[in-house]
Design a protein around this ligand. Structure first.
Ligand code: MN
Length: 238
């Protein structure tokens, strides 16, 4: 069977100006049958287009906060560090990949950049901006490999189809400072945390676009549901 090439966005260590990628992403893609390929930053849109043609699908990974200007807000005092080169590369990459109709998977910052690029907004700082009667940790106090909250899966959605329609919820880890506030046009929520935090979105009118707010790449060896997400994405890229 053909092994699809999966383009992956890298993180930017702005202090040392270095690109890096957590190996768990690469391992999860390889284990699902894909060949990972890491995208550079600071490339022209034409170069980016050429790179997209070399891939069969794109994974948007986790990382720093997204600059609030990109969704029309001033910077809140509690916003975290941003990388403008990474933001601009990914903001250009989302519409390019969509132009080709290639499968897209967004993880953590990935779901946020998809929502931002498609016209949605974010909470800049969950603890001070997101109001709920439940006090659920979205920055969990233990290792990424251990799930910390549940996500209710909306029936009849892409997430539901991937995990099996009998699945009402999934246990996930949680390591995010920001989250979706207003959902972008073209996206629909397919998973909420019990405090009503948006944890998963998809694009009903697109071949395959899934964004999750958690980190399934840390759970693939211990949880079948996490492995199923990568398998569904890589299979869609074949
Ligand atoms: Mn969470």
């Amino acid at each position: 069977m053909k092994r699809p090439v999966i383009g992956i966005t890298a993180s930017h260590d702005t202090e040392h100006d270095k690109l890096f990628i957590n190996s768990v992403y690469l391992r999860a893609i390889r284990n699902a049958g894909g060949i990972p390929m890491i995208f550079p930053m600071e490339v022209t849109e034409d170069d980016l287009r050429d790179l997209v043609t070399l891939t069969d699908g794109v994974l948007f990974t986790g990382g720093d906060d997204i600059h609030p200007f990109l969704y029309g807000e001033e910077t809140d005092a509690k916003c975290g560090n941003v990388s403008q080169p990474r933001d601009s590369m990914e903001m250009a990459l989302v519409p390019l990949v969509m132009e080709f109709g290639k499968p897209i998977f967004g993880i953590c910052r990935g779901i946020q950049i998809l929502n931002t690029a498609m016209g949605g907004t974010l909470y800049q700082d969950i603890p001070s901006q997101f109001k709920s009667e439940l006090s659920i940790a979205h920055r969990q106090p233990f290792a990424y490999k251990v799930p910390s909250h549940t996500v209710d899966i909306t029936p009849g959605t892409l997430l539901s189809r991937i995990l099996g329609e009998e699945h009402a919820s999934i246990a996930v880890n949680s390591m995010h400072h920001q989250a979706i506030k207003d959902v972008a046009p073209g996206l629909e929520v397919c998973g909420y945390a019990p405090d009503k935090m948006i944890e998963a979105v998809y694009a009903p009118d697109y071949p395959f676009l899934l964004g999750v707010q958690w980190h399934p790449e840390h759970l693939t060896t211990s949880q079948q549901d996490a492995a199923k997400l990568f398998a569904a994405f890589v299979d869609a890229c074949r």
